[in-house]
Design a protein around this ligand. Structure first.
Ligand SMILES: [Ca+2]
Ligand SMILES: [Ca+2]
Length: 267
């Protein structure tokens, strides 16, 4: 009885050790993972693409087997929508210099671009929610990554063994938080993308409505914000451009009229 108990505890300890080791090797060696993962998944081939069929409509982009330098990943393969990049999908694609990812993408698994040593920049499409750990590890030439607001989860050590990367993203986004907490700090920086101003959106709420007409009229009447500054900062070039409806370089009552006409046309 005692012996059995001891044996069980030894076995448990061994199992724990094995599982810890397995986790480590998954994280560190994407190539090994790739071989073992195909055994438990049914993978289809379409030209240079391999994919896993999830539900008959959506697919996981499993692997790219070509060697293009510039690649556009399609939104659909064999009529099915690409929604996810598999673990190590572009592992060691050393010839890949640029890649355009489909707008349909929502999830990027770990180590997706591990070892893409020629890849210089990448734009993550709006709609992606998660980028898992080590996605850009060992991407020696990578200089910029654009991360949209839709990304709300980013895994550990995205830029493992990569230096001098600029992450372009939005203020107060997960990308900004991630970069500010990143270690080591010296090789990664965050640059905020200017919010695109909507034509005619005087009050800056993202939509153009009659409220913007009123706001512009209040501005022209000399109303100020609580802090004493004008309601509209016409010294900000992009603000002026967005609100100068007739394009004469000034903000006047003529622009209010144009805005009213513009809104009437939209309805
Ligand atoms: Ca508005
Ligand atoms: Ca004007």
């Amino acid at each position: 009885m005692k012996f059995t108990k001891k044996l069980i505890s030894v076995l448990l300890a061994l199992a724990l050790l094995v599982s810890v080791f397995a986790t480590l090797s998954v994280t560190v060696n994407a190539a090994e993972t790739k071989q073992s993962r195909e055994e438990t998944h049914i993978i289809y081939t379409s030209g240079d693409y391999k994919y896993e069929n999830i539900d008959g409509n959506s697919i996981i982009f499993w692997e790219y087997t070509g060697d293009n330098t510039n690649l556009v990943v399609p939104e659909k393969i064999d009529g099915k929508t690409v929604t996810m990049l598999a673990r190590g999908a572009f592992y060691d694609k050393t010839s890949l210099k640029s890649i355009t990812l489909p707008k349909t993408l929502t999830y990027i698994k770990g180590c997706a671009f591990w070892g893409c040593t020629s890849l210089e920049n990448i734009v993550i499409p709006n709609g992606v929610t998660t980028i898992e750990e080590y996605a850009f590890a060992e991407c020696a030439s990578l200089s910029s990554v654009t991360i949209p607001k839709s990304v709300t989860a980013i895994g550990d050590r995205l830029f493992f063994n990569v230096s001098d990367v600029t992450v372009y993203g939005y203020k107060n986004s997960e990308a900004e938080t991630y970069v500010s907490n990143y270690y080591p700090q010296d090789n990664i920086k965050f640059v905020a993308i200017d919010e695109q101003l909507v034509k005619g959106d005087a009050n800056g709420d993202g939509v153009v409505t009659v409220a913007d007409v009123t706001y512009m009229q209040l501005y022209l009447a000399g109303n100020k914000k609580d802090d004493g500054t004008p309601l509209i900062d016409v010294n900000n070039k992009s603000v002026l451009e967005a609100l100068d409806m007739n394009g004469d370089g000034q903000l006047t009552v003529a622009d209010v009229t144009e805005l009213q006409m513009y809104i009437a046309e939209q309805d």
